[in-house]
Design a protein around this ligand. Structure first.
Ligand SMILES: [Zn+2]
Length: 752
């Protein structure tokens, strides 16, 4: 999973409101008044079933040994999970794929000049933590999909290693061609760092965890506290996933036994230079040996040294080689057949593989998923029959590259496009506030469910806590909104293939914000860590099971799917205005910089003792044609309010029931019609016109990505062309919403 930023605290006095149960009245979205009562009853029974003690025991079992892709315990866990889901009454199977997953054979990192230092590259066991000594099964510290290599070169410190950092180095006359760079974690997804380093000519890349980010500067270190100890290392993938995730050898198709595979040298998502993550204990002697210009203040971390940029006397030797054989992948797929619409699928997923023991990432989410399925199995015994087919999936291989979910979606793409109505993802879970991200047409639905589940510690609806945390965080707008905004999805977990490749309406949910730590992707992400420093009583695990299970049941039983388009239209209008501001900001900056160059401002202020080269002159930014996007978002706004009017009259009364199946067939496609034919520029696997991970930010989302990235990269011609394509996608959405509104209007004889 991605690294959550969690930083709110909340006074209890703000949140004295009614608990959820007191407000459960009125029809739910997508339900007639009568079916609403029946559904509420089942949902309340459901939410009473999940038990913290079971969450705890399942976590103890699943995190007992290292369980990365290809390990014995990964397979053992998959088989145990299959048996568990079967025991709940699901039809559970294991679906196998075979994927390229490199593991290290040799790892060497040493400082060879001006002095000698050999990096340890080991995380020591901690005596309090009984799983931390399982050396023989632990994956060494490494970055998956690094290149093999043996390089010796001067070292340069590049801050976070994002494109802006290289611009700053260039102005100081520092060139990384032929050098090894050292970047700190943070500022972007890790895979961006070696990619940008390679694009600037570097021959190797080190990534270290600075204590300012998740170590002693944040709090007590493990095992005295939750933060990263000096030898802790963040493993992780550096595959170029913003181009395509999944098996690098089988883009676009399932990695089955007989799938046609690329030659490894032709797989564009594998890094071209050797890359390795290191601890701050290993990084400090390397950074201390770098000489040259002192790093600017914002680039300095938490180590007790003067941070220099180099290159200078410091020379390092980095040698890496990997076993590149295929490894088996075990996805657990468990089905509960639908009684009325068996060919409409509601899919729920969380991965089961970890980098090491992975108690938080991903087992804290996986155990919630298990409790949901167990509770649904109990309801079935009591007579509940879901209308739609429910599929519970435990994905393998999320950590290396969203392997299990991507291969499954690619293998079943045609059937999913026919049948899937909703995908709900979770990953690691912690304490604090509910976060929901995903398709904006499901924003109202997400808010409704958040009203119906109570926070286990504050005893108010989780919606109320979300709202309060936003207000206290300075977001005054949340005070006056009926629906709290949800976030857009970038990448970093298994929702990506569902939403951004297959166009299935998707949400992702989890709790966090009150449980900082620094054990992410290390051997210290263990049962001991989780039960001492995170959701120690597993009540937030139960809350996640309640939120996610309620969402799954509510979609599975709905008369009409819960899509709503006013929030989507509002969000799209927001994107268009952001894009205009973005162009204006860039245009102004170019004009101002060019003028300063002409006037000699940079030369006159240059300090010859700390010289800075002037920036380069750039061509002025042209005006762009936003009219297609303005017109399209106007059209969607009109259609959304027409649909909402028809919805209000026809659904809760049940008067429109005869057309519900035809309307559902349209609503199911509310994200699919937003896909771009041929996908995004330079990365056709990503097809959604509204959401994608950034090419140069990684997990961070780029909304309306085709247009936004063209503007950011000053490719003005492409920006105009992408605006036309995005507008066409929005026009398809408007047409779908209008057709759905017409069906509902006719069924109850509304004249619009
Ligand atoms: Zn994860």
């Amino acid at each position: 999973m991605y690294h959550l930023v969690r930083s709110f605290a909340l006074p209890a006095a703000l949140i004295a409101v009614l608990p959820a149960a007191a407000r459960e009245d009125g029809a739910m979205r997508g339900y007639t008044a009568a079916s609403s009562r029946v559904e509420r009853d089942w949902e309340q029974k459901f939410r009473a079933i999940p038990e913290p003690a079971r969450l705890r025991e399942s976590m103890r079992r699943l995190s007992a040994r290292p369980h990365h892709v290809g390990s014995p315990y990964d397979k053992d866990n998959a088989e145990w999970l299959r048996a568990q889901y079967a025991s709940y009454g699901f039809d559970a199977t294991i679906e196998r794929f075979d994927v390229l997953f490199p593991v290290p054979i040799e790892r060497v990192l040493e400082l060879v000049a001006p002095t000698k230092f050999v990096a340890k590259l080991e995380e020591p066991a901690v005596k309090e933590d009984p799983t931390s000594n399982q050396k023989s099964e632990q994956l060494p510290t490494y970055n998956a999909y690094s290149a093999d290599g043996d390089v010796t070169a001067p070292l340069v410190y590049v801050n976070y290693g994002v494109p802006d950092d290289y611009d700053a180095l260039e102005r100081r006359g520092i060139d990384v061609r032929g050098k090894i760079v050292i970047a700190r974690y943070g500022g972007s997804w890790r895979g961006i760092k070696p990619k940008v380093a390679y694009e600037h000519g570097a021959v190797g890349c080190l990534i270290y965890s600075d204590p300012k980010d998740d170590g002693f500067a944040e709090g007590e270190t493990y095992p005295n506290g939750p933060y990263r100890p000096k030898d802790g290392v963040q493993r992780g993938s550096v595959m170029d996933m913003p181009v395509y995730p999944g098996d690098p050898l089988t883009p676009g198709v399932g990695a089955t036994k007989d799938a046609k595979r690329l030659d490894r040298k032709d797989a564009v998502t594998i890094m071209k230079i050797p890359v390795m993550p290191i601890s701050y204990a290993d990084a400090q002697p390397l950074l201390a040996a770098i000489t040259g210009v002192v790093a600017p203040p914002a680039w300095r971390g938490g180590l007790p040294i003067t941070y220099h940029l180099g290159p200078g006397a410091a020379q390092v030797h980095l040698k890496l080689s990997f076993d590149w054989s295929l490894k088996p992948l075990y996805d657990v797929i468990a089905r509960l057949p639908g009684a009325v619409y068996p060919d409409e699928w509601v899919v729920r997923g969380n991965h089961h593989d970890g980098w090491v023991n992975g108690a938080e990432d991903p087992i804290s989410g996986q155990v919630a998923e298990m409790e949901e399925a167990r509770a649904m199995g109990e309801l079935v015994k009591q007579g509940w029959k879901p209308k739609r087919t429910i599929i519970y999936a435990a994905w393998d291989g999320e950590e290396p590259a969203l392997l299990g979910s991507t291969e499954w979606v690619e293998e079943h793409a045609a059937e999913l496009k026919q049948k899937a109505v909703f995908y709900l993802n979770s990953d690691g879970n912690g304490r604090g506030f509910l976060g929901v991200d995903g398709s904006y047409s499901l924003m109202r639905f997400a808010n409704e469910v958040a009203h119906d589940v109570d926070d286990p510690e504050a005893h108010v609806p989780v919606w109320q806590r979300m709202r309060a945390s936003r207000i206290i965080g300075g977001d005054q707008e949340s005070r006056n909104r009926a629906d709290l905004k949800i976030g857009a999805l970038g990448s970093g977990s298994d929702f990506t293939p569902f939403l951004q490749h297959a166009g299935i309406p998707t949400l992702s949910a989890g709790f966090g914000g009150e449980d900082g730590g620094g054990i992410y992707h290390s051997i210290y992400d263990s049962f001991y860590w989780y039960t001492h420093f995170s959701d120690t009583s597993f009540v937030y695990g139960r809350a996640l099971a309640q939120v996610a299970g309620t969402m799954i049941m509510r979609v599975a039983d709905a008369d009409l799917l819960p899509q709503e388009f006013g929030n989507l239209a509002e969000t799209v209008r927001g994107y268009v205005s952001e894009l205009k501001t973005l162009r204006e900001g860039i245009a102004k900056k170019i004009t101002e910089t060019n003028q300063s160059i002409t006037e000699g401002v940079f030369d006159a202020t240059n300090d010859p003792r700390h010289p800075l080269l002037p920036p380069k002159t750039e061509p002025a930014a042209p005006f762009l044609n936003f009219a297609p996007l303005d017109n399209a978002s106007e059209g969607l706004t009109g259609a959304a309010s027409r649909f909402e009017k028809a919805y209000a009259t026809s659904v809760s009364s049940g008067a429109g029931a005869s057309v519900f199946p035809r309307v559902n067939a349209l609503l199911r496609q509310s994200d699919e019609v937003l896909l771009l034919p041929d996908g995004l520029p330079k990365r056709p696997w990503y097809e959604h016109s509204l959401y994608a991970p950034g090419l140069y930010t990684g997990y961070g989302v780029k909304t309306m990505p085709g247009v936004r990235e063209a503007i950011e990269q000053r490719d003005w011609k492409l920006a105009d062309a992408e605006m036309i394509r995005a507008a066409a996608a929005l026009a398809r959405e408007t047409e779908l919403v209008t057709r759905a509104a017409e069906l509902l209007e006719r069924s109850v004889k509304i004249v619009p």
